[in-house]
Every structure is written in structure tokens, then in C-alpha cells.
Design a protein around this ligand. Structure first.
Ligand code: SAH
Ligand code: SF4
Length: 395
């Protein structure tokens, strides 16, 4: 699809009902896959080899049908087919923006829907994936935050979003064909719906699969996890996933951050900065991204810019600051800062010696921009009571 292509929307209904009782192999770690194969009759002595073979079929070649796994005996393939499936989320709608951004609405078990966004750029292609249906947190500028949490996604549903996009981009390699080094899907950001660190294990397992060299094989440096600041899980992210980190910072005083990013009431700015300062991978080549949404008259003053720099310097955090022009959504209680204000803010940060890119807004015409994701079936705004009850649960 060329970047200039007109907006299109096609509705696909691919009924992929799971036959009762079959186990989905997608999303299992290598160890789990091995265990399940043994449990269903693969001799223990062969299990390691079979795990490797099946793994490659699923994640390297994108195969979904056991019959195509030609290096396995026919009888064994039939046995696999009896017990297992290779199942990923089903695409319900796909919209293509005039700038080439693609937004998919995917259906997962239980009839829930999640959004996935593909953003093509000159030198890379980034897939923005979701980790939860909705979010338990209630950041006041975020559209997803107005949606009740429905559930955590499974590891299969998380890595399945990547597989779904590779299907759509027709990016699975063809056996025997020369290796094409330019990948359409080269980066993953966990910046869709949900707070990834409130679904840690599933996010970890899914990202480990995406990084596995015998499969999708994305480098850990091409995966960025964005968190609103779940402080106790930050060190664990470095240890157990090893990807890059982005922080939804958005405010420079606790007073303002308490309102914009209410998790701040649980772990405040100082605690967050301390956790970031000791993020083991934080070096100049792997800087932490501070995401900062520009809200008119709320967090966009020169004093804010100076305070932001002061926080980062005081803790000596290798950082870049990503300024995000606020993406307005119907009923949003904020306005986007003016371009001049954003530029002035960026300049203060730049003068202080930090990169301060202003995020280009992509896919606005299809509501695919950052923070606008929200599934069509879940439009109802939460009541204040619900918000308070859920906030209480998190603490
Ligand atoms: N829950 C995680 C990841 C998903 S949000 C987190 O909060 O970090 C991805 C990014 O989009 C976050 O930085 C979030 O603060 C930002 N965002 C949310 N709503 C937005 C909006 N309306 N306009 C611009 N950015 C927004
Ligand atoms: Fe949840 Fe992130 Fe939105 Fe906050 S910004 S409500 S943590 S998705």
C-alpha cells in the first residue's frame, strides 16, 4: 500500500472457531511447548528436537497448518492436528490512513476487541501493540483510560498481534528465497491499550518469543515498553525482558502528575526517578524515553521544561524526551498546546543537552494516534465511582 493510498476500510470475517479442547501452541515458551508435546505423546527423547522444528514453523515461517510442516512424519503431523491449533487474533477491520498508517481491530476470545497500529517510516516500520483490553488506570488525558479493564491479554494474543501484522504485510519469508534484510515490521512498541507492567508475565513471554533468534527474531533494542510508572516492575523489566523503556512522565510536579497519571499517587515522581536511575541497561546508547504529552496550560510552561531537565539531571538518567502533541478525542478535557509552545518547550530541553523530538502525529484520520485507542464495543465512559473503586483495588 503506498503512503498516498486513500483511506480504506474492509471488513473481514474469518471465522476461526477453536474446536473444543484443542490447545493453542502460540504464546507458549519453549519449555512450555516441550512439556505440552510430551504430555500429548511426543517421546521425551525427541521432544527437544520437535520443539525446535515446530517453533521454527510457527515463528520463522508463519505456518498455521500442521500439514505444512514437511520435516515431520505424516502420522506425527496428524497427531499434532488432533490435539493442537496455531491460533492468533482474528482481524475484524483494517483501516489504512492517508499517511500509510494501518489500524487493525482484532477480535480475541470472549468477543473482546483490541487495536493494533502499524506505522511505516522511511527506515523502519513500527507496530504498536496492546497488552490489555482497556486499562485499570485512569490517566485523565487518555482515551483508553475511560474504558473499563476487561481483561489481560494472553501471551498468545500479544505475540499474535505481531504475527497478524506480518500476515497482513505479507512478510513471512518464503523457504529458499533470498533473505530480504529490509523488514517492514522492524520495531515493536508496547504503547497500545493497557498498562504492560500490570500484565508482566504474559508481556514478557510474548516479547521473548518475538526476540527469539529462531523465529521473529527482533532485537531487544527494537522493542520499547511504555509504562505509566509501575515502579516495582521496572527493575524486573530490565532483568527479565531486557527491552528499551519508555516512561509516561507527562508532568513535573506531583500535584499535576497525580491528576494526569494517577498511579503517581502510589509511586510519586521521586520514587519513579530512583527506579529509572537504577535501570541496569540505562546507558547512553540505550537511553530511557521520557514521554511527555503537551497539554495546553497544564504542563507546558517554560518552568515545566526546566523542572523536567532538573529531575533528569539530578538523577543522572540517560534520557531522551519525546514530546507528544496531545491527540484530542471526543469529550477530552484538555487541548493540545500550540505548535509554538511545543517548539519553545522542545528548545529548552535541547539547549540543556537532551534530544527532544516532537512526535509526528500519524493516522489521525482513522483515530489511530497515540492514546486514541479504544475498542468500538467499549465506548461507555466509566462512572467516577467505578474509577475510584478500581483505583482502590490497585493499591
Ligand atoms: N499504559 C502505557 C502504555 C500505553 S499509552 C503507558 O501509559 O505508558 C502509550 C503512550 O500514549 C503513553 O505515553 C500515553 O501517556 C500516551 N497517550 C495516551 N493518551 C494520549 C493522547 N490522547 N494523546 C497523546 N498521547 C497519549
Ligand atoms: Fe492506561 Fe497508559 Fe492510558 Fe494511563 S496512559 S490510562 S496507563 S493506557
Amino acid at each position: 500500500m503506498s503512503p498516498k493510498a486513500p483511506i480504506t476500510q474492509d471488513v473481514m470475517t474469518i471465522p476461526r472457531k477453536l474446536p473444543e479442547g484443542k490447545i493453542n501452541l502460540v504464546g507458549l515458551t519453549r519449555d512450555q511447548l516441550r512439556e505440552v508435546l510430551i504430555e500429548y505423546g511426543t517421546p521425551e527423547k525427541q521432544a527437544k528436537m520437535r520443539t525446535g522444528q515446530i517453533w521454527q514453523w510457527i515463528y520463522q515461517w508463519g505456518v498455521r497448518d500442521f500439514a505444512e510442516m514437511t520435516n515431520l512424519a505424516k502420522a506425527y503431523r496428524a497427531q499434532l492436528d488432533e490435539n493442537f491449533v496455531i491460533e492468533i487474533p482474528e482481524v475484524v477491520t483494517r483501516q489504512v490512513s492517508e499517511d500509510g498508517t494501518r489500524k487493525y481491530l482484532c477480535r480475541i476470545a470472549g468477543g473482546h476487541e483490541v487495536e493494533v497500529v502499524y506505522i511505516p517510516e522511511e527506515d523502519r516500520g513500527t507496530l504498536c501493540i496492546s497488552s490489555q483490553v482497556g486499562c485499570t488506570l485512569t490517566c485523565s488525558f487518555c482515551h483508553t483510560g475511560t474504558q473499563k479493564l476487561v481483561r489481560n491479554l494472553t501471551a498468545a494474543e500479544i505475540v499474535g498481534q505481531v504475527m497478524m501484522a506480518r500476515d497482513d504485510l505479507e512478510e513471512w519469508p518464503v523457504p529458499g528465497a533470498p533473505k530480504d534484510e529490509t523488514r517492514l515490521l522492524s520495531n515493536i512498541v508496547l504503547m497500545g491499550m493497557g498498562e504492560p507492567l500490570y500484565n508482566f508475565e504474559n508481556v514478557r513471554d510474548a516479547m521473548k518469543i518475538a526476540m527469539d533468534p529462531e523465529g521473529i527474531s527482533l532485537s531487544r533494542r527494537r522493542i520499547t515498553l511504555s509504562t505509566s510508572g509501575v515502579v516495582p516492575e521496572i527493575a524486573r523489566t530490565a532483568e527479565e525482558i531486557g527491552c528499551l523503556l519508555a516512561i509516561s512522565f507527562h508532568a513535573t510536579t506531583d500535584e499535576t502528575r497525580d491528576v494526569l497519571v494517577p498511579i503517581n499517587k502510589r509511586w510519586n515522581i521521586e520514587e519513579l526517578l530512583q527506579a529509572l536511575a537504577s535501570y541496569p541497561k540505562a546507558s547512553n546508547s540505550e537511553r530511557i524515553t521520557f514521554e511527555y504529552v503537551m497539554l495546553d496550560g497544564v504542563n507546558d510552561s517554560d518552568e515545566d521544561a526546566h523542572r523536567l531537565i532538573d529531575h533528569i539531571k539530578r538523577h543522572n538518567i540517560p534520557a531522551k524526551i519525546n514530546l507528544i502533541p496531545f491527540n484530542e478525542w471526543p469529550g477530552a478535557p484538555y487541548k493540545r498546546s500550540s505548535n509554538n509552545r511545543i517548539r519553545a518547550f522542545a528548545n529548552i530541553i535541547y539547549q540543556a543537552g537532551y534530544a527532544s523530538p516532537i512526535r509526528k502525529t500519524r493516522g489521525e484520520d482513522i483515530m489511530a494516534a497515540c492514546g486514541q485507542l479504544k475498542s468500538a464495543t467499549e465506548r461507555a465512559r466509566k462512572s467516577r465511582k467505578q474509577i475510584e473503586a478500581e483505583a482502590g483495588l490497585q493499591r
